[in-house]
Design a protein around this ligand. Structure first.
Ligand SMILES: [Zn+2]
Length: 321
């Protein structure tokens, strides 16, 4: 993981279909200076104040992860948040002219590719991390999500579906490269019967075989097949990384997920942040407090002393929330 704060070198734009509304949506992503955080802003409403991508601003986790309320509510942010968290981008403004981020191909890979297109600006400021110092387990029926102290950010995830998907287990040890190669291409998935039910309720109007793995009784409906044999459990790890990014700093620990999703992901972030004793904040550039120093501390020569912003110079203020 990067020891320094990071933004992008240039502003970026992308256009794509919203999963739930089916509308075409434009996104502009702009660099922000040190200590800004990740912000989202709707540009299609009169109240266009930006919202910080923080756990306390999460308003819904039922089908996707949404932040903000009323006009400023924005949905389906988790795959973009996973790309930002997975690449260690922590200062950025995302402007969206609709109620949700576009679903693109249903994975985080297009976001990763887009951000890579801009290139990254390593900022001359240390990055903060959270280290888990006390185990925590949250359960919901037979589902659970647990975290325990560990020198690295690692995940063991298990899903268990009747029919074609069956049981899938995967271990993941985080690095930006492993995230980009092993996790970011994994697409969201759904059961054909659930798609039909959602569409009859006016939901998932933009959903289709170009942005989700659709699972029927006898197998995958997508003609191109799967990207990985265990693509579904990889996508659950992707969603977890996106939801954990709402803690605003990487959480270093070992996570164990069983059949869980956005709701427990969000609950564990909130519980860790709001309950004293579970997390210790660590300054990545301070080797004295960092036990796993090989992972956390970058040599100083990797800091490029760049200007704070990209060439378009649109320095943005820190918005009132
Ligand atoms: Zn997802």
């Amino acid at each position: 993981m990067h020891a320094h704060q990071k933004t992008i070198k240039h502003s970026l734009q992308i256009r794509g279909k919203g999963l739930h509304t089916g509308q075409m949506i434009d996104v502009t992503i702009r660099p922000l200076p040190i200590d800004s955080g990740i912000w989202f802003k709707r540009t299609d409403v009169s109240d266009s104040r930006a919202i910080l991508a923080a756990a306390e601003n999460v308003s819904d986790t039922s089908l996707a992860t949404s932040i903000g309320w009323g006009q400023r509510r924005l949905s389906t942010l988790e795959h973009l948040m996973a790309a930002l968290g997975g690449l260690g981008v922590n200062n950025i403004m995302v402007e969206i002219n609709g109620p949700e981020a576009p679903i693109l191909d249903g994975s985080a890979e297009p976001w990763v590719n887009l951000l890579n297109t801009a290139g990254f600006q390593i900022l001359n400021a240390p990055r903060a991390y959270y280290r888990v110092v006390k185990p925590l387990k949250l359960t919901d029926g037979d589902k659970f999500l647990a975290v325990e102290p560990n020198p690295d950010f690692t995940v063991d995830f298990t899903i268990d579906f009747p029919g074609f998907i069956k049981t899938q287990k995967r271990h993941f040890k985080f690095s930006e490269t492993a995230f980009a190669n092993e996790i970011s291409p994994a697409r969201t998935f759904c059961l054909l019967k659930d798609v039909e039910m959602m569409k009859s309720q006016g939901k998932a109007l933009g959903g289709g075989l170009d942005n989700a793995v659709v699972v029927g009784d006898d197998g995958i409906l997508n003609p191109e097949g799967l990207r990985f044999q265990d693509e579904c459990v990889r996508h659950k790890i992707l969603d977890l990384i996106g939801d954990l990014s709402l803690a605003q700093a990487p959480i270093i620990g070992h996570f164990t997920g069983f059949k869980t999703g956005h709701s427990l992901n969000h609950k564990i972030v909130t519980a860790l942040l709001n309950t004293p004793g579970y997390l210790e904040k660590v300054d990545a550039a301070s080797p004295v407090t960092v036990k796993a120093s090989r992972t956390f501390v970058a040599p100083l020569k990797t800091v490029l002393n760049p200007p704070l912003l990209g060439p378009d110079g649109d320095r943005a203020p820190i918005f009132a929330n």
